[in-house]
Design a protein around this ligand. Structure first.
Ligand SMILES: Cc1ncc(COP(=O)(O)O)c(C=O)c1O
Length: 455
């Protein structure tokens, strides 16, 4: 084949046969979506068409594409050392990044285990929770409680914890010891109740589940502070504090999967800060390195880390790791990305522009198909309905979110869409003018799609 694929003519179907993507491949090959460049909040595809990236790749490009500071830090590190031996110790950049994370993390969360991707981080958190309980005299605590509709990753334990049926069934049977509970989806409460008179049945049932399973067998509860895959499941303010309390009562560790919500996305460095709750472990990925290198991390409270520092005769340490953990180039990217978020105060930009973008979404209610707008900071989602008053959904043969999302792509706007909802998660450097562009394109797309389905 040609050395370089630079334009559509060079993209013959036989080349596409050599690669698996995450979607239906035959469909993809009909009109392949192939990117060749990125700058700021824009992507360029193989035809030279520009896209406003309203989803930061996939919640990754936190500081935007082509960020000079991150690129330069990576270049310097490439010239210095690309890989350090992981079986013997670590590298200087990893120690620096761990200390930076410890400094900015909430409460006494101040120890860090690095990995390369979000699934790896969650797997590592499960193993850390189980081994912690063993070292702490509770060897039978192994079960992990998680929520339906959640996504914690595609590797086996992360997938077992995930609650998204459509992504689980093809890989079943999954690992044992993972138990699912219903999420705090207030717009369509799984218990048919209304907030606040519901008294947070969804949180109460997590405690009931721990009791029914026997607390002496439960290691941890894992939640995304704001769930993405169910359609931006943003819990009522009491939900996470209640989880914190019930986990404390039963000596169960609380894990926040902040792979999406971490590193400024909700308007604070961690969603734990946004909700004012300190979990026992936080998993970070995606935006931690701005998309410049694969990097993820598990952060844990001091008292958990302390258990792994005991005498060698009774304590093997945390025997878990991956070849590319704490890769020095990835750590350089992480340090530069965090530096950029802090020095440019991107958390306050996220709060400010997040509110502005949300106001824009509110204006789109005029089309009469927006049932709910959810999320925090620059992590926002819209649930589409046939009738906002009754919350009636669109018929199955009208996947309204997908129709609008695909229409947006034709107009150069990248979002994350599903048959009934759409989410936005642009780079944290978004400006008001760019937010206006997002809303204006969505406005046109909704009008056009409604025109089509109503004629
Ligand atoms: C909340 C959450 N957790 C974990 C993961 C898994 O991360 P990765 O795909 O990097 O393994 C994802 C990925 O989308 C995610 O959104």
């Amino acid at each position: 084949m040609n050395d370089l694929i630079t334009e559509r003519e060079t993209l013959e179907e036989r080349y596409l046969r050599q690669i698996f993507i995450r979607d239906q491949m035959a469909e993809f090959a009909k009109d392949p979506f192939v990117m060749t460049g990125a700058d700021g909040i824009y992507y360029t595809d193989i035809d030279g068409k520009r896209y406003l990236d309203a989803i930061a790749g996939i919640f990754v490009a936190s500081v935007g594409h082509g960020n000079r500071r991150v690129i330069d830090a990576i270049k310097v590190q490439l010239d210095t050392m690309a890989f350090a031996p992981v079986m013997h110790g670590t590298n200087a950049l990893a120690i620096q990044l761990a200390n930076k994370l410890a400094e900015i993390a909430p409460g006494n969360i101040n120890s860090v285990k690095f990995c390369s991707g979000g699934s790896e981080a969650n797997e590592t958190a499960f193993k850390m929770a189980r081994q912690y309980h063993k070292l702490n005299g509770h060897p039978n605590k192994y079960k992990i409680i998680s929520r339906y509709q959640s996504w914690h990753g595609g590797t086996f334990a992360a997938l077992s914890a995930s609650g998204l049926t459509s992504r689980r069934v093809d890989s079943e049977p999954l690992a044992a010891g993972f138990i699912h509970v219903f999420p705090p989806y207030c717009y369509r409460c799984p218990f048919g109740k209304e907030y606040p008179s519901c008294d947070l049945t969804c949180a109460g049932l997590i405690e009931d589940t721990i009791l029914m399973e026997d607390p002496e067998t439960v290691a941890a509860v894992i939640v995304e502070p704001i769930g993405h895959t169910g359609g931006i499941i943003d819990p009522p303010s009491e939900y996470l504090p209640q989880l914190r309390e019930l986990c404390n009562r039963h000596n169960v560790l609380l894990i926040f999967d902040e792979i999406i919500t971490g590193m400024g996305r909700t308007g604070e460095m961690f969603a734990a800060d946004t909700f004012g709750v300190v979990p026992d472990l936080i998993c970070l990925g995606k935006g931690i390195s701005g998309g410049y290198m694969p990097l993820s991390a598990v952060l844990c409270q001091r008292q958990i880390a302390d258990k792994f520092w005991g005498d060698k005769t009774i304590n093997p340490g945390f025997v878990s790791g991956h070849t590319y953990e704490a890769n020095p180039i990835a750590c350089a990217a992480g340090l530069a990305t965090i530096g950029e978020i802090i020095e440019k105060d991107l958390c306050s930009n996220t709060r400010k522009i997040g509110n502005y973008l949300r106001e824009g979404l509110e204006r789109l209610r005029k089309h009469g198909i927006i049932g709910d707008i959810r999320g925090k900071g620059l992590f926002l989602g819209v649930e589409f309905v046939r009738n906002p008053a009754s919350k009636e959904k669109f018929e199955n043969d009208i996947p309204i979110g997908t129709l609008i999302g695909k229409r947006a792509l034709t107009k150069g706007l990248l979002t994350r869409y599903d048959p009934h909802w759409m989410s936005l998660g642009p780079p944290l450097i978004l400006t008001q003018e760019q937010a206006d562009d997002i809303i204006s394109i969505l406005d046109d797309c909704i009008a056009e799609v409604l025109d089509e389905i109503n004629t």
